[in-house]
Design a protein around this ligand. Structure first.
Ligand SMILES: [Zn+2]
Length: 81
């Protein structure tokens, strides 16, 4: 029996750069400016937004990067008086 081996290449969830149609281009997910990317899908009722660079930004300023990395919230939302 002759079996053909199928090779599946997994490249992760990184979006191709061409998906960004903004001018200037949005900062990439590994840039310190990543939060400045345009929001492409906002879900305020669920507390998160998908940015153009595939970063998911949560309302508590936590982030989920496209490579699966989680960034802890770094800006207090409200300062209790
Ligand atoms: Zn963009």
């Amino acid at each position: 029996m002759d079996r053909t081996t199928t090779t599946v290449t997994v490249t992760g969830t990184r979006l191709p750069d061409s998906l960004c149609t903004h001018t200037p281009k949005c900062p990439s997910a590994d840039s310190p400016d990543r939060e400045a990317a345009a929001v492409v899908a906002g879900h305020p009722e669920q507390g998160w937004s998908l940015l153009c660079n595939a970063v998911v930004l949560f309302e508590d300023t936590g982030e989920l990067l496209p490579d699966g990395q989680v960034v802890a919230p770094h800006r207090p939302l409200a300062v209790a008086a």
